[in-house]
Design a protein around this ligand. Structure first.
Ligand SMILES: [Fe+2]
Length: 291
């Protein structure tokens, strides 16, 4: 199904020519600050998001106190004691951080996601092939909220819609910031939060996001996010590619090799394709020899 690209109040595309030029130059490996023209949207008010949070299945909603340390272990994250709807409606004072996952489960939000991705689909497909698994996430966070240090498996553009935040991004594929063993653990069912070291401070690239700005975040690039002094709403539009799935499967294959006492070479980043290890892992999985 083809979607008509989203238009703003001035009937312009959300991503203009300059954004498309910058995105084309940076995708898929370099983080990049981008412009967007998305203005007020009835689907993205706090009332609408509180309704969306109540509509989505429980597994698609995650929220917790927003004043966590940058390096917290996921198992140590406490609850904030509120419902998701109350957390969002009172985000100014609830000192919380909430994410609504896979918003494409609700048709209006799926249409919004696909229409935004349609604007950049030709650019990304010219680099990493067919756009796979479009997924959308909405982050609602209180003043000063912190998203701890972690990585994500998707190609991601995060659009800032309300409030401001600073995202600090570290190089993808650099074993200093996310060791091979962390990638291997993640791709075989482990956590996405990473071990923070104080000596990383000042080494990442800090991107200041305000309404009208977006950031492209490469697959598995470690990052953490610190909210500004106002409540924040951000929309993340993500996709996968054959390249990203191959990198993930190559890490999983390495996990097995490491378990056998070997020290495998870390999978290469784009444009290396990691086809041999990825194929080996897929064959083993097909034969049910691994999960
Ligand atoms: Fe993230």
């Amino acid at each position: 199904m083809n979607y008509i690209p989203e238009k703003n109040a001035f009937n312009q595309p959300v991503f203009g020519n300059e954004m498309q030029r910058q995105f084309a130059a940076s995708y898929p490996e370099e983080p990049q600050l981008l412009d967007h023209n998305m203005t007020a949207n009835a689907l993205l008010t706090l009332d609408a998001l509180a309704r969306l949070g109540s509509t989505l299945p429980k597994a698609s909603v995650e929220y917790n106190p927003g004043d966590l340390p940058v390096g917290i272990d996921p198992e140590d994250v406490p609850e904030n004691g509120l419902s998701i709807a109350d957390t969002i409606l009172n985000i100014e004072s609830s000192a919380s951080w909430a994410v609504l996952k896979n918003i494409e489960q609700v048709p209006e939000y799926e249409a919004l996601l696909l229409s935004l991705l349609a604007e950049i689909q030709p650019i990304l497909e010219s680099k990493t092939g067919k756009m796979l698994q479009p997924q959308g996430f909405i982050f609602v966070s209180s003043p000063g909220a912190m998203t701890p240090y972690h990585f994500d498996p998707e190609h991601n553009i995060l659009l800032q819609l309300r409030g401001e935040k600073t995202m600090t991004v570290f190089p993808a594929g650099d074993g200093i910031y996310a060791p091979a063993t962390a990638h291997e653990a993640y791709h075989t069912g482990g956590p996405r939060n990473l071990v923070w070291r104080e000596d990383f401070a000042g080494q990442g690239q800090a991107f200041h996001l305000t309404p009208g700005k977006a950031i492209f975040v490469p697959v598995m690039a470690p990052h953490f996010v610190k909210n500004g002094p106002e409540p924040s709403i951000s929309l993340s539009i993500t996709w996968r590619s054959d390249w990203s799935f191959a990198e993930a499967d190559a890490h999983a294959f390495n996990h097995m090799l490491r378990g056998w006492g070997m020290t495998p070479t870390m999978p290469g980043r784009f444009p290396k394709h990691n086809k041999g290890k990825a194929l080996s892992w897929r064959i083993l999985r097909k034969l049910s020899l691994v999960k």
